[in-house]
Design a protein around this ligand. Structure first.
Ligand code: HEC
Length: 411
């Protein structure tokens, strides 16, 4: 029991850390993009200054100047922006491991999509994260001459194909989290492997009194631009895990592709706005239209094994030894009765609860397999806490919770 508490809280702690570091990274990134685009030509400025901006914030005035390549001499103090990105990636990976590797049967694997063992799912996950970076990095290097837009189109196709493949390998949540995690890995690696090393070259030149080559800044700028446009889709992919209509409906891979476009268009709106251009109405029209298409697509349910098919003999057998023990426990039938009478009206593949079109958070509690698979979450939601049923709408009694508790202890 105590381990359950520690587990739950460690996940919360890592998630907290991850959100805080991500805010720091994305916040500084948005700030610098806006600053960059808002720079005005400096009237009286040292040689090499490209533009400048005056800002007021928190009771003080700031005067920022940007150099085309670098100043004449190395400044005494230079602030680097990199730990925001690194800690976001590290905490994100820790969260992925805690939730999706340790809880692979719950979150990552869906046997109706592909009956993977935990180790297979983890190997696929690690391959996706590392191979994603290698492919992306090569694409950027080889296509840099083609111009930004062409690279973006290639990147879009690449990410959409990955989305298509992953939705046919992992659960809906698993697929979305991996499209997000792979993209976020590309973004963090852009900082660690390209942007910061290139800046180091320029700094080394300055210290040695050489004139830095502008090409390093250009390459870093390309990656920085990608990071800028990928931010909003990535946040969508991570948040989508709380919205099964996005992750677990029939056309979820098309939704992934459309989100990439939608996020980029919104980012484009802000970028253009910061650069003081007008004529942006089209970005809102496109965003709204894409959003409506996504809503429409999410109304197509997944055609997977439904309870009828199961009655007809297609069974999902409890796959792990732990699940088998849970189902074999003497107290299981009692617990199953409680769940069927208090939870399944909402937590069904096709809920019968008024107004519910999809099992909440994708949690289905119908078959033995479902119930055994969700055991630890049932413990947290209905035994350790009284979070479920929400507002106890189905009138669950303390004896019934005790029956669930007995089963979880036995199993
Ligand atoms: C009236 C409908 C309804 C009933 C009945 C109901 N739930 Fe839920 N359940 C929900 C909703 C809605 C959510 C999503 C809550 C959220 O978004 O945070 C949910 C979420 C959950 C989750 C996932 C929580 C998470 O954050 O991972 C579990 C597990 C769960 N319910 C178990 C149960 C159990 C066990 C029962 C019966 C004792 C039950 N539910 C009864 C509506 C219901």
């Amino acid at each position: 029991m105590i381990l359950d508490y520690l587990w739950e809280w460690s996940m919360f702690a890592v998630r907290w850390l991850h959100i805080v570091t991500a805010i720091a990274w994305i916040g500084s990134s948005f700030y610098f993009i806006a600053l960059d685009l808002g720079l005005k030509k400096a009237k009286t400025a040292p040689a090499g200054v490209l533009g400048e901006e005056w800002q007021v914030h928190g009771g003080g005035f700031y005067h920022i100047q940007k150099y085309g390549v670098a100043p004449e001499h190395m400044p005494d103090d230079l602030v680097w922006f990199k730990w925001e990105a690194y800690t976001t990636w590290l905490s994100g990976f820790a969260l992925l491991a805690l939730m999706y590797y340790a809880g692979a049967h719950l979150y990552l694997i869906d046997p109706t999509v592909m009956p993977l063992a935990t180790w297979q799912a983890v190997v696929i996950s690690l391959t996706v994260l590392s191979a994603g970076w290698v492919v992306y990095d090569q694409l950027c290097k080889r296509l840099i001459g083609l111009g930004d837009t062409a690279v973006f189109v290639v990147l879009f196709v690449f990410l959409s194909v990955v989305g298509f493949i992953l939705t046919h390998v992992f659960s809906g949540r698993g697929a979305f989290i991996h499209v997000g995690a792979m993209t976020a890995t590309m973004m963090a690696a852009n900082v660690a492997m390209v942007i910061i090393p290139n800046q180091r070259v320029v700094v080394a030149d300055l210290i040695a009194g050489r004139k830095p080559d502008p090409k390093y800044g250009k390459i870093a700028k390309q990656r920085s631009l990608h990071n800028n446009y990928l931010t909003l889709p990535v946040i969508f992919f991570f948040l989508a895990n709380h919205y099964p209509l996005a992750t677990s409906t029939r056309w979820s891979w098309v939704i992934i592709a459309l989100v990439l476009v939608m996020g980029a268009v919104i980012r484009h709106f802000f970028n253009t706005k910061h650069a003081h251009h007008r004529n942006l109405v089209w970005t809102w029209v496109v965003t709204a239209a894409l959003f409506l298409v996504i809503v429409g697509l999410s109304t197509y349910p997944l055609v997977r094994q439904m309870p009828e098919q199961e009655a007809a003999g297609v069974r999902f057998d409890p796959t792990t030894p732990a699940m088998r023990t849970l189902v074999a426990a003497e107290s299981f039938p009692d617990a199953q009765n409680v769940i069927l009478s208090r939870c399944s009206m909402c937590h069904a593949r096709q809920p019968i609860w008024e107004g519910m079109v999809h099992p909440p958070l994708g949690v289905v509690l119908e078959t033995e397999y479902d119930i055994a698979k969700e055991a630890s979450r049932i413990a947290r939601q209905a035994v350790l806490s009284h979070a479920m049923p929400p507002g106890n709408v189905t009138g669950m009694t303390d004896e019934e919770r005790a029956a669930l508790g007995r089963w979880l202890r036995d199993g």
